[in-house]
Write a protein that binds this ligand. Structure first.
Ligand SMILES: O=C(O)CCC(=O)C(=O)O
Length: 279
């Protein structure tokens, strides 16, 4: 069992971010990568597939994306013009968003007691496992993830989302590790993404002050590291211009007692309600 020290808990409260090296074993990381490889073997993209990009939001109108909250779906990098022929691992941006409930290997990975304990240590009373993503960040084409916080995308009242980001490979500045602005989680949210009446999505601006990105610090992370990110902490990752991939897995949690907005982009069908660690 892993439990946080008082210093680690205080540092998460102060900074909104906590880096936990060697949280998972190399074997744990490899088993998740292997399972993703098997899921890719069974995946046959239709046409050129759907792109996921944080610099171009046209995918927000795409039904494949909008209905992926309770499915396992695959999204391409926007620089991939033709998905046929290229290896999927080298063309995909991410898979999401319910591997943790739909796939037994992913479900066992996230339901290890030490993750539930970590959630309790950072203040969750009764967490729900809202969203999982497998991020490929492929060599040379892995795209930038623009500065953002997670709460505007997974809005609860009161704000409760927190992310566990797991390095499945070493993440360095060269292959596009995350960066963040420690302490800025105390700011109020600057945006809110909502489902619009037309059925697509719209981003509402609540505060147009730009993030002071000159104060950014890199979150380099060895394979097996967990980075815990507060839902209001600004973070970013640059493009992967290196020859090495940067696979990562993220799990976003919310508090069961917090109100989850029904105009959030990510919705589940009534047949597949959100579950906690033990449900
Ligand atoms: O892995 C990345 O580059 C970004 C991930 C991210 O923004 C998130 O998990 O909220």
């Amino acid at each position: 069992m892993t439990s946080l020290t008082g210093i680690q808990k205080d540092s998460f409260i102060d900074d909104g971010v906590l880096v936990l090296p060697k949280f998972f074993s190399e074997g744990d990381c490899d088993s998740l990568r292997k399972r993703m490889g098997q899921l890719l073997d069974d995946y046959e993209p239709k046409g050129n597939g759907t792109v996921f990009s944080t610099t171009d939001s046209t995918h927000h109108e795409d039904d494949y994306f909008l209905t992926s909250g309770d499915k396992i779906r695959f999204f391409f990098e926007d620089s991939v013009v033709d998905s046929e022929g290229a290896s999927l691992e080298l063309s995909l941006n991410k898979a999401g968003h319910a591997m943790h409930d739909l796939d037994p290997v992913f479900s066992s990975f996230v339901r290890q007691p030490k993750l539930a304990e970590l959630a309790a240590d950072i203040g969750f009373v009764d967490p729900l496992l809202l969203q999982s993503m497998y991020i490929f960040k492929p060599p040379r084409i892995g795209g930038e993830v623009v500065w953002h916080t997670d709460h505007p995308f997974l809005w609860t009242d009161p704000p409760s989302v927190k992310g566990f980001w797991v390095a499945l490979e070493d993440a360095t500045i060269e292959n596009g590790c995350m960066w963040c602005l420690p302490g800025l989680h105390r700011d109020r949210p600057r945006q809110r993404l909502k489902r619009s009446k037309s059925g697509g999505l719209e981003m509402e601006t609540l505060d147009s002050t730009p993030f002071p990105t000159e104060n950014k610090i890199p979150l380099e992370a060895e394979k097996g590291t967990v980075v815990v990110i507060d839902g209001l902490l600004p973070h970013w990752s640059g493009p992967n211009t290196s020859s090495r991939s940067r696979h990562a897995f993220t799990l976003h949690l919310i508090e069961r007692s917090a109100h989850y907005s029904d105009d959030n982009w990510l919705q589940r069908s009534p047949e597949m309600p959100l579950r906690g660690f033990a449900d």
